[in-house]
Design a protein. Sequence first.
Length: 78
Amino acid sequence: GYIGVRPEALTITDKGLPATVSLVEPLGAETLIHLTMGEDTVIMRGTHGLDLTPGQEVHVTAPQDTLRTFDKSGRATL
């Protein structure tokens, strides 16, 4: 199966899943942070207070209640 999470639930922390910052995109009130995680790219929202640069290694986490599970065909499971 698979675990899915919406990008808005992600938080950059000291521990968690490893990711690499690929792009930091300031957009006025918010900043989009493009992260590479294995073969996938995730775009999360950040704040201007985060001092991130492309190539930087970070870790991300999400609250357990925001995680969703899917079977191998992509159907949500309970």
